[in-house]
Design a binder for this molecule. Structure first.
Ligand code: NAP
Length: 470
């Protein structure tokens, strides 16, 4: 198994994107350390799979409580490592606690034996855990992303090794610490400090039984190829280019405010942020004027300052990439209405809130995901054109439709090729609702009942009379 070098040579650096200062440095795990952790996860699975649902629920409730008790500390860590506004980070930690509680409360019901109707005898499905799950997660929601794979799977009786994004090592380490503090048996939940490029090799390790990844398309393709080659179950939550469709019967001020929030939260680094704002031509001028006004007032600043509207991006590299994409969009013919540059006078990974219009098919911004504070405005003449534009993308994650007319909005929602459509709300997140996409946004679902069935074996047990064995 070619995982990493035998010696601890490289390090993983936690850098504060507000000023690019070094927070902390961690050594990448050696091959031996990875082996030890996989052995431990395998041993732990043997006993964890035999625990009762109430024991597992007890652990998850304790984890949820610790998340709540330590929410200020966790939120600050996210702000320092990836630049999230501390207010948004607190909300993320609370959401994560709610997801742990949700699966703790509902897991036993979801995984109870399911009787099947059959003309002869009895039959039921017994949901059995698979073993060690490898979870590969991104930095943009450093606690929520981890939680939505950990909570259902640990409730289902699997054990988990987490390969978190390299830019959030302290967030990665603290979740393992919290599991241990909550009383998790050693090996049930563990962190691996590894670079992304080396993680695909782990999929072929026989101790790893399944893999889930949230992240970019190249990382997803590489993990899925390895999983396919080794006949292992995988789920992928990848990028998105969510349409935010605004029909001509809405309150322009209200929906323009929602659109700006939907695009700018987490500095635009959300897979389901409102990446393409598609507005009916009858209200387009008024809508754009309102958006311009709102965006012009956004305050860029320190994520730890409660009055900040737009914080830095997660890293210098991310900020450079967003500016490059905006420059490319402009040279491809888009109009730059606002922003487009790095923020002058700051030392961190800041990009100005940016507004692009006149983006035509063929423009790089029309097809690529821009993971930053870039509002892209499109005008359509009717509902049909709105649907056609919404679907003219390789992505299929989320989307939203705004209208006073529920039937009209639902008719549009039914035609949009994504995994989720929200009516009169930006794409949201809630423990009881499924999250996931279609097309190049990946496959599989997290959260909701669906999220707990991804990595279990729904085993059929059929009982008929011994007098009729064939
Ligand atoms: P990324 O580079 O793919 O990183 C995500 C994770 O994959 C990290 O842990 C990374 O490790 C690892 N990784 C990188 N290259 C890999 C490879 N070749 N094989 C296996 N793992 C690899 O993603 P990102 O650019 O940081 O994150 C943003 C992307 O994630 C966007 O496209 C966004 O839309 C998507 N996303 C999707 C969802 C969703 O639910 N659909 C949610 C959030 C984000 P290192 O950090 O060590 O490289």
């Amino acid at each position: 198994m070619e995982i990493v070098s035998e010696k601890k040579k490289s390090t993983i650096k936690s850098i504060n994107p507000f000023d690019n200062s070094l927070n902390k440095e961690f050594e990448v795990f050696t091959k031996e350390e990875v082996n030890e952790r996989l052995d431990l996860a395998t041993d732990a699975f043997r006993s964890w799979k035999k625990t009762s649902f109430s024991e597992r629920a007890d652990l998850l409730h304790k984890v949820a409580n610790i998340f709540r008790e330590r929410k200020e500390e966790l939120a600050k860590l996210a702000s320092l490592e990836m630049g999230k506004k501390v207010k948004e980070a607190v909300a993320e930690v609370e959401l994560s606690a709610n997801i742990f509680d949700y699966y703790a409360d509902k897991g036993a019901e979801f995984l109870a034996d399911k009787e099947l109707e059959t003309p002869e005898g009895k039959a039921f499905l017994s949901y059995e855990p698979l073993g060690v799950l490898l979870s590969v997660q991104p930095w943009n929601f450093p606690f929520y992303q981890v939680t939505r794979s950990a909570a259902p799977n640990i409730m289902a009786g699997n054990t988990m090794v987490l390969k978190h994004a390299s830019i959030v090592p302290q967030c990665a380490a603290i979740v393992e610490e919290i599991f241990l503090e909550a009383g998790a048996p050693k090996g049930v939940y563990q962190n691996l400090f590894l670079p992304g490029a080396s993680v695909t090799d782990l999929v072929s390790d026989e101790r790893v039984k399944a893999v889930t990844l949230t992240g970019s398309e190249p990382a997803g393709a590489s993990i899925a190829a390895a999983a396919g080659k080794n006949i292992k179950k995988s789920t992928l939550e990848l990028g998105g280019s969510d349409p935010f469709i605004v029909l001509d019967d809405v309150d322009v001020d209200q929906v323009a405010t929602a659109a700006v929030y939907g695009r700018m939260w987490n500095a635009g680094q959300v897979c389901t942020s409102a990446k393409r704002i598609i507005v009916h031509e009858r209200i387009a001028d008024a809508f754009l004027a309102r958006v311009k006004d709102l965006m012009g007032k956004l305050k860029v600043g320190n994520p730890l300052d409660e009055s900040t509207d737009v914080a830095p991006l997660s890293s210098e590299k991310a900020a450079e990439e967003v500016v490059r994409q905006v420059d490319q969009a402009v040279s491809d013919g888009a109009t730059l209405e606002l922003g487009g540059k790095r923020v002058a006078g700051t030392a961190g990974a800041f990009v100005e809130p940016t507004l692009l219009t006149h983006i035509k098919k063929g423009n790089s911004a029309y097809s690529d995901e821009i993971f930053g504070p870039v509002f892209m405005f499109y005008v359509v003449k009717d509902d049909e054109e709105a649907v056609a534009l919404a679907n003219d993308t390789e992505f299929g994650l989320g989307g939203s439709v705004f209208s006073q007319d529920e039937q009209r909005a639902v008719a549009i929602a039914r035609q949009i090729d994504t995994g989720m459509v929200y009516i009169n709300h930006m794409t949201g997140i809630s423990p009881e609702l499924p999250f996931g996409g279609t097309k190049k946004s990946g496959y599989g679902r997290e959260q909701s009942p669906a999220g707990i069935y991804e990595f279990v074996n729904p085993k059929l047990i059929r009982i008929t009379s011994i007098d009729k064995p064939y």
